[in-house]
Ligand binder design. Sequence first.
Ligand SMILES: Cc1ncc(COP(=O)(O)O)c(C=O)c1O
Length: 334
Amino acid sequence: MAEQNPGISTIFSHLPRVKIAHLPTPLDEMPRLSKALGGPRLFIKRDDQTGLAMGGNKTRKLEFLVADALAQRATTLITTGAPQSNHCRQTAAAAAKFGLRAILVLAGEPPEDWTGNLLLDTLLGAEVRWTGPRQWEAVMAEIVEEERDVGRVPYIIPYGGSNPIGVTGYVAAMAEFLEQLEQRSLQVQRIVLASSSGGTQAGLVVGAKAFGFGGRIEGISVDKERSVLREMVLRLAAKTAAYVGLRSTFTPREFTIHDEYVGQGYGIMGEAEREAIRLVAQTEGILLDPVYTGRAMAGLIDLIRQEIYHSDETIVFWHTGGTPGLFAYRDKLL
Ligand SMILES: Cc1ncc(COP(=O)(O)O)c(C=O)c1O
């Protein structure tokens, strides 16, 4: 049930937002995948098609983050991630689009082969700094000082773009999604998505509460234990609700997290992800990625096979992007 909250238009009208994303993203049915799994009716929300240098979930977050940066007269976007970070690639693209500098602080040492997202970072004109053995916070703080010393205005975008400003993009996404359901008279019991810094899931849960989506929103953890990720998502949801002016409160029960699929950890692709990527590619012609959506789809497939998800349900897989990462996993995918 929707709470006593302001209407959709008033929720976003006071928040600065730039237009970057191609919206609404398609909501498509996946009948051949559904048949292959002997399972529920399956749909896919194509946030890999949001635009901005090959798309992904960060486009929606960046609409609000870049607007805030511009309002603060920032000259330089600084952010951080793994060497194959989709978030960093999309931040580099957003910076280019708005005439800003991008400095990406990537974890570890430079690899030999600059492929996938890392190749795109350089094409997009971002400056890449490697943390080596240091913590990224220390490296970012140093860069902030450097930028200020030469008269520039740095703007830090947190890991995954997951602060209340960025997460607002996914509150708005829920409004868009509910409109699509209404137009097509669809009833959806579950949304399943990859969850890592928790921002996408948090935004959808806030939106669900604000606009009255009654289904479950289930995060497949990419890299964290259930209790850790649940706490992160809950905290982000509460802060985001307050940021957009909603009076919502949340309990841990509202955040479903599956942590059985983290395998050997972040970025380590196993047989389950390989199978999921091939199955979706070969039944629907849709590409997933090795780190996030491949893992989330592997979880969805397993939950269907275990009959935890029932064949009479309608389930939406929320595709969060990441496909440029495929090229960095060439040897493991062939
Ligand atoms: C392709 C893709 N899917 C899912 C996620 C996870 O989203 P969130 O960090 O909002 O949980 C990311 C985050 O980097 C991503 O790049």
